[in-house]
Design a protein. Sequence first.
Length: 70
Amino acid sequence: MSFQAYIDNIQAKTGKGPEEFVRLAEEKGFITNGAITVKATEIVNWLKADFELGHGHANAIFAYFKGKRD
């Protein structure tokens, strides 16, 4: 599955695009001034628990946070 397919599936499931997840992560203090402030595991676990994302989909959002766009 391509990175874009992961992002598309996440948006279809949650109604949220990657920039919305960035905003939510900033609100939780996981991202400050564009920098990730916690370990990947904490972010992945949050995405899995709060948005019922699978491990691969949660990791795709984390990759987006780190700058992956394609």
